[in-house]
Design a protein around this ligand. Structure first.
Ligand code: SF4
Length: 357
């Protein structure tokens, strides 16, 4: 049992990151709050924002009666909304997932060039070749992948369900071909003690958390609980009191008796944590730097592309900002997504899982 890293696939060395938002831009965006709210209401749009978008975008989602959540929760909320137009503030795979689950709705995004390094690490032609070389394994794709990748996958899964799914697949005697996150793949292999053929992709934000520096931080804040997202490197995960998805980290802080937390995930989750637990003290886990420059500052540069200014423009010009997916890709991609939703519902119900899901 263990981790088998896949060799010979294309992983970008440099992700061509977008320019960071400057403070003037952020201030200007804040001035557009009322206009954005009015535009959402006028056009009857349902706004769903990821936890990693800016505070102001999350506040707008709340004020407009929209939704804030992780990628799966977002897609579910979009599907269940009575609005015909859904605005997704997040990155492209999130918009695509919303479209796959709601093919008849118009899904718009403030910036269609908002990428995710994990999605960019998973070239579809490479994946078709590797899949053909691992015929006996089931292809399990992380939600952070393109519609095309989902369309050829047996399962799609979020970080909150990944270990449970690996346990299930082990029980029914299946090996796993896992794409695209190497750190999450390694975490799943260790937690579920399964054989995983693992794609070597990474999230540029979570992969930059540093185990060595985290040890020093733990020593300085001995009372603090360390909460880590499983896209982080294994030496960071080893230091964790709790490993979980962004939603699970939020819920952990809410339920915990502890008063201090060191958190290794995207820093915009602090908005929801502080809102729920204003008395608790939060520390951002240390991040690697390159030649004196912080690599991500625990802040996703693509999420930052979701400004209110662009959102207003997208709502007023939906045809220029909508997600389109080929019908056959949509038809195939919805199958593993529905499988995951079904799996998630069965787990929650506490019923025994059938062996033929
Ligand atoms: S934080 Fe990482 S996984 Fe999330 S969208 Fe950004 S690059 Fe992708």
């Amino acid at each position: 049992m263990g981790l088998h890293m896949i060799q010979g696939v294309k992983i970008p060395e440099d992700f061509n990151l977008p320019q960071r938002a400057c403070s003037a831009h952020i201030e200007q965006d804040a001035l557009l709050f009322d206009k954005a709210l009015e535009t959402i209401k006028k056009h009857n749009v349902f706004l769903i924002a990821h936890y990693y978008t800016s505070d102001i975008m999350q506040r707008l989602a709340e004020a407009s009666g929209g939704f804030i959540g992780d990628s799966l929760e977002m897609a579910r909320a979009g599907r269940d909304s009575s609005c015909d137009t859904i605005a997704v503030a997040g990155v492209r795979f999130m918009g695509e997932t919303a479209k796959i689950l709601s093919p008849h709705k118009t899904i718009i995004m403030p910036d269609l060039s908002a990428e995710c390094s994990l999605d960019l690490c998973c070239d579809i032609e490479d994946l078709k070749r590797v899949k053909a070389e691992h015929k006996n394994a089931v292809l399990v794709s992380y939600a952070n992948t393109s519609a095309q990748v989902k369309a050829i996958s047996d399962w799609v899964v979020t970080s909150s369900l990944a270990v449970e799914l690996a346990d299930y697949l082990k029980k029914i005697g299946k090996d796993i071909l896992w794409v695209p996150d190497k750190n999450l793949g390694s975490y799943i292999a260790n937690s579920a003690n399964v054989d995983i053929y693992c794609w070597p992709g990474k999230c540029i934000v979570h992969d930059a958390f540093l185990g060595n520096s985290l040890k020093y931080m733990k020593d300085e804040h001995k009372q603090a609980k360390v909460l880590v997202h499983p896209e982080s490197p294994s030496d960071v995960i080893e230091l964790a009191d709790f490993v979980g998805s962004t939603s699970q980290i939020l819920n952990y802080v809410k339920a915990s008796n502890a008063s201090e937390f060191i958190i290794a995930t995207e820093r915009n989750i602090f908005y929801k944590i502080k809102q729920a637990c204003p008395e608790k003290v939060l520390y951002q886990a240390p991040i690697a730097s390159n030649q004196g420059q912080c690599i991500s500052c625990a802040n996703c540069p693509w999420m930052e592309l979701n400004s209110l200014e662009k959102l207003i423009k997208a709502i007023e010009n939906p045809l220029d900002f909508c997600i389109n997916i080929e019908q056959n890709v949509c038809n195939e991609a919805v199958k593993p997504l529905n499988r995951m939703l079904n799996f998630s519902a069965l787990l929650k119900s506490g019923k025994e899982l059938p062996l033929d899901l």
